[in-house]
Ligand binder design. Structure first.
Ligand code: ARG
Length: 399
């Protein structure tokens, strides 16, 4: 192991650009950067920047397929949405980044990994705990937790050290990957204030969406989306297609006051068009194919799962066990969901499944009715027995 080599998770932004030089000086180390594409990154451009600033090596990974297969799909099957709002794009990306950092540290023989997370967010927890779980021997250095520089001081530091200051892409702190975009800070910190259009990038404002709705037929097999409108499609293509299409109809904007793991409430504005459409459609198909009890328990476990993902506990037996449960629930979640996208809203307007528990013959009020109305009498007599008994002895609850 090289006593002086550090792997830095490098996004190309100001913080991690400054970190390259700062780590070199403070830790007398050689810096190898690692940039990971989870859907939204120009790897080569960022790689060149790292080398220009002084990294001894600049590694890149295309993590899109792994992100889809190992993170997006489990989250979709689980129905994992944090606090009923946030589809967890950033939170799901972090454990995969941790995995790649550890792999890079091993192949480069580095003694430490480093990242640009601040000391008050969730992401530091997700990366640190993830790396701890996968490689407890690695030291973790988080320069921003240590250096106490303001943004202005960072810019000064960059200028002093000839570090090209990357053009800021707007007034917000943004994180994005295939599954969604997160924006926070700046004027979003006033929870009373409506997010300005500048906070959004993937979705159109409702006033600017097409007047006509778009209809989509999404086919699922065993809980996995496999085609849209008859065109076999899966993986990242499917997610990208939905992000574009639903985003054009203004679907997927989420304004969330969330409870962070570190104990503070924060406001984050998310855009997740594909995630909103897929979760909505998938849930509609589960309503057709799962029993009431399966749905009830699954919703409870999904909440626990969303907490576990949000709180950085991906690499745990607990998460794994829940995944096994969710995988089992998806055996019969096959069929087609018809979805309508219009003026910022995604609604389910049709569903069909060869495995449906919905039965027309039982549900209908028309002539074909196969439900035995007479037997309801006996059912109600027994179902209501404890109510009648208690009412006779103790009264009916105060009426
Ligand atoms: N609040 C979200 C989470 O904890 C996103 C965090 C990163 N957000 C950002 N704008 N940089 O998962």
């Amino acid at each position: 192991m090289a006593e002086n080599k550090i792997i830095l998770a490098y996004s190309g932004g100001l913080d991690t650009s400054v970190a390259i030089r700062w780590l070199q000086e403070r830790y007398q180390a050689q810096i190898v950067t690692l940039t990971i594409d989870l859907g939204m990154v120009n790897l080569e451009e960022i790689r060149q920047r790292a080398l220009r600033i002084g990294a001894v090596n600049a590694l890149t990974v295309d993590g899109k397929e792994a992100f889809y297969k190992d993170f997006i799909i489990p989250a979709l099957r689980a129905g994992a949405v944090y606090e009923d709002q946030y589809p967890l794009a950033t939170a799901l990306g972090r454990p995969l980044i941790a995995r790649y950092l550890v792999e890079a540290a091993r192949s480069e023989g580095a003694y430490a990994i480093s990242h640009g997370c601040t000391g008050k967010g969730n992401d530091q927890v997700r990366l640190d705990v993830g790396v701890n779980a996968l490689a407890p021997e690695l030291k973790i250095i988080a320069p921003i937790r240590e250096w106490a520089m303001s943004r202005e001081e960072e810019i000064e530091y960059a200028q002093m050290h000839n570090i090209p200051v990357p053009l800021s892409k707007g007034p917000y702190s943004v994180d994005e990957n295939l599954w969604g975009r997160s924006a926070e800070a700046g004027d979003l910190e006033d929870p009373w204030r409506e997010p300005p259009e500048a906070a959004y990038d993937w979705t159109r404002p409702v006033g600017d969406t097409p007047p006509e709705p778009a209809y989509l037929e999404i086919v699922f097999e065993g809980g996995l989306p496999v085609s849209i409108d008859g065109e076999g499609m899966g993986g990242i293509d499917l997610v990208r297609h939905l992000n574009r299409l639903a985003g054009d109809h203004g679907v997927g904007r989420i304004d969330h006051i969330e409870n962070r793991l570190v104990g503070i409430k924060s406001r984050e504005v998310y855009e997740a068009p594909a995630a909103v459409v897929l979760h909505t459609a998938h849930k509609a198909l589960e309503a057709m194919t799962l029993s009431k009890e399966q749905m009830r328990l699954k919703a409870r476990v999904a909440q626990e799962y969303a907490d576990v993902v949000y709180n950085g506990l991906w690499y745990t037996s607990h998460r794994r066990d829940m995944d096994a449960y969710f995988a089992s629930t998806q055996r019969h979640v096959s069929g087609t969901v018809r979805v309508k996208l219009h003026r910022g809203v995604c609604s389910v307007v049709g569903r069909s499944s060869p495995r449906a528990l919905y039965s027309y013959d039982l549900a209908t009020y028309d002539r074909g009715d196969k439900f035995d109305h007479r037997s309801s009498e006996g059912f109600i007599s027994i179902y209501g027995l404890p109510v009648r008994t208690q009412a006779q002895v103790q009264g009916n609850g105060g009426e």
